[in-house]
Design a protein around this ligand. Structure first.
Ligand code: 6R9
Length: 694
């Protein structure tokens, strides 16, 4: 194993925080990564001395055991959870190498447990029933609520009972299309309690995207609400669901019920369109059910949820996570990466529609008995100080968000931050995309008053939980680096041939061996699972990300190397946007690339070829963007539409995206070799059109 162990070992000789003063550079925009590498930011001695993992030495000891004896390491941790029946002898079994037959990963097989029981009943029984599990902060100032662990358990049981009553059984799918109300984690937990498989669809997805997911997983029930306020805008979610369900019915999929929560602060019952016989008001039925509900004990390898994510082809992939390994992994990563203590108040700004909201709003924190903030609104409403207002209101100690939000708040100015105390904060987190060093510094210096370590957590929908992340008290950080692997994770960097490269290097980020939180398959398509993730570099799981490792063994994620773009931390497949664009009757062809964007990280840049004879117009540009909004969601709308008389293609007809990326980012002197193009003149036409405004 060794390259990594060697690095970690050398790190153990690193001085720990004692007496070191972080070198705090001023916020300089546009500084380069290279000059940052030696900039170490140490946790304070005070922080380290109270931390769960206080030193590189302690990490090394635990990490070494996790790699040399994964079964022992993880079964010790798993034993802290409640199991109705212990797993079989073999803690895990895996084949991660396509050359040795089908890929398979199993953890704690034969063990029976329930993740909802471990999140709620176990905590209530251990005596924290009266501790706040969820604080809910509404979109409007002054609209809020909270639930203790006991109250949350009761609410979950009522919904579980309702679902059982209408015939939802173990293994049935349930689609959840809700904004960040407390009912969203309640619905997830209620499914888990009865062994149903939830599939949460982010409430920013369009009717077509929702329909596509419903058609794929064929749920018994869809859970939604009538409408939601986001900032000063109202979104009629129920109308979107109606449209999606009409489309699903046309495709032969019918559901038993659509359960609708009346979100009174947005829209009254009376104003909601209704489909008699199918639609049911949550408030009419759920509160009538008993507040206790027996638990469905499930095998550790029974599915817990499906979450659709974008890949490099048009069809979203249904990432499937199972119960036992995911439970153990999300709980453990949460605890160590945020140095969690029972007195913490934790707030993750992610929506439960994404993996971060699954693992680190719902499951990870609740499994630890944590108090979490769930926020319905937008972080800049009513103004850019909202986050820090919430931090002060609930005395948030751990704050976890995405670089895109950090950058946009940074642009809005320090006054919005410094107006609030923020004294409660002790750990900050970042996720979703690489955080640029200047944003890291602003986050560290201004938001955290140079006092709070930042956990820059690298992971994916597929990995279930953190893979490369700082342990905040254990070692010095380098702004912009996700640092070192979590326990049990063996990252490797390979070259194009799939050969592991050692030492200071850069290449494709893969993982050797399995970890408990790994996804087990793509729903209904194990072949695509193998092709996408295990065939590119046989013997490894391929992440789709590029990564470099510096001389001290720190990992620097450099972004996607496939046709996926990362817009504000949301993964969007270029193929999805392209297929939406070409569905427009006047669009003949489209090619989409990512382009650097100051706030969003990446923006969407679309080259569009129109049907013969159709003239370019501003109106058409708008209508193309509306098409993408309708088919995917507003977050996938192109930032730029670049008219293209033709697209640069090789003689075999392949679009040369490399050239399009250069044109999009105006790096015109770096176009490289264009001689292999079928028609090199296309490039000049494109550049010319890019110069003239239409
Ligand atoms: C958790 C999540 C996964 C992709 C991943 C990578 C990017 C996420 C990152 C990061 C650099 C980090 N990514 N966290 N890149 N540093 N700390 O975001 O899951 O939506 O599946 O996206 O996001 O490119 O491959 P998901």
């Amino acid at each position: 194993t060794s390259d990594h162990l060697r690095h970690v070992e050398s790190m153990a000789t690193m001085p720990s925080g004692a007496g070191k003063i972080p070198r705090l550079n001023a916020v300089i925009l546009g500084e380069s990564l290279a000059s940052e590498e030696d900039d170490l930011v140490y946790p304070s001695e005070q922080f380290s001395s109270q931390a769960l993992v206080p030193s590189p030495q302690k990490y090394l000891e635990m990490y070494r055991r996790s790699i040399e004896d994964p079964a022992g390491f993880w079964s010790d941790i798993a034993s802290e959870f409640y199991w109705k029946q212990k797993w079989s002898e073999e803690v895990y079994s895996e084949n991660m190498d396509v050359r040795n037959g089908p890929i398979h990963i199993e953890w704690f097989k034969g063990g029976f447990t329930n993740i909802c029981y471990n999140c709620l009943d176990k905590n209530v029984e251990s005596g924290i029933g009266d501790k706040i599990a969820l604080y809910w902060e509404g979109n409007e100032l002054g609209i809020d609520g909270s639930l203790t662990y006991r109250q949350l358990l009761e609410r979950v049981c009522q919904l579980s009972n309702y679902m059982k009553d209408i015939g939802v059984r173990k293994g049935d799918a349930v689609v959840i299309y809700l904004p960040m109300l407390m009912e969203l984690p309640i619905a997830m937990l209620a499914c888990a309690r009865i062994g149903a498989v939830h599939s949460v669809v982010f409430a920013g997805f369009s009717a077509e995207s929702l329909a596509q997911r419903i058609i794929d997983c064929k749920p018994k029930v869809v859970i939604t609400c009538n409408a939601v306020m986001r900032g000063s805008k109202i979104i009629y979610l129920k109308d979107i669901v109606d449209k999606a369900l009409t489309e699903s019915t046309e495709n032969g999929i019918s559901i038993d019920a659509c359960l609708v929560f009346e979100n009174q602060s947005a829209l009254k019952k009376e104003a909601t369109k209704w489909h008699e016989g199918r639609d049911v008001w949550w408030q009419d039925v759920v509160p009538k059910y008993p507040t206790t509900c027996s638990v469905e004990w499930v095998d550790a390898e029974d599915p817990l949820f499906l979450l659709y994510t974008s890949g490099s082809t048009g069809k979203p992939k249904g990432v499937l996570h199972t119960t036992g390994g995911y439970m153990v992994y999300t709980a453990t990563t949460f605890k160590y990466a945020f140095d969690y203590k029972p007195s913490d108040v934790y707030w993750c700004t992610a929506d439960c529609g994404w993996i971060t909201g699954h693992s680190y709003v719902s499951y990870g924190p609740l499994l630890n008995g944590a108090t979490c903030v769930v926020f319905e609104g937008a972080p800049n409403y009513p103004d850019s100080g909202r986050c820090w207002d919430i931090v002060d209101k609930y005395k948030v100690t751990i704050f976890y968000t995405a670089p895109t939000l950090v950058r946009s708040l940074m642009r809005d100015g320090n006054e919005y931050v410094t107006r609030y105390s923020r004294k409660s904060l002790r750990v900050l987190g970042s996720v979703g995309e690489p955080i640029n060093p200047s944003a890291w510094r602003w986050y560290f210096n201004v938001v955290g008053d140079s006092r709070c370590p930042i956990s820059d957590t690298w992971w994916q929908t597929e990995t279930g939980g953190f893979m490369i992340t700082p342990l905040p008290g254990a070692w010095a950080q380098k702004p912009g680096s996700a640092t070192f692997p979590f326990f049990g994770v063996q990252p490797v960097i390979v070259d194009e041939k799939g050969t592991e490269i050692e030492g200071e290097c850069s290449g494709y980020l893969c993982v050797k061996g399995s970890w408990p939180g790994a996804f087990r398959t793509l729903y209904g398509d194990h072949e695509r699972y193998e092709t996408t993730y295990f065939k590119p570099f046989p013997g490894y799981y391929f992440s789709g990300d590029g990564c470099s490792r510096d001389k001290d063994g720190y990992h620097w994620l450099t972004g996607r190397v496939d046709d996926v773009i990362n817009v504000s931390g949301h993964r969007i497949g270029t193929a999805e946007v392209e297929s939406a664009l070409v569905s427009h009757p006047q669009c003949a062809e489209a090619a989409v690339v990512g382009v650097e964007h100051e706030i969003k990280g990446q923006g969407i840049y679309a080259f569009v070829t129109l049907v013969e004879g159709v003239p370019y117009s501003e109106e058409l540009r708008k209508s193309l963007i509306v098409t993408v909004r309708n088919q995917i969601g507003a977050f996938a709308a192109p930032d730029v539409v670049h008219w293209a008389p033709a697209l640069p293609k090789t003689r075999s007809g392949k679009i040369m995206r490399r050239i399009l990326r250069k044109i999009a980012s105006r790096q015109l002197d770096e176009l490289g070799d264009t001689s292999t193009l079928a028609d090199p003149a296309v490039v000049d036409q494109l550049i010319e059109l890019g110069n003239s405004k239409i």
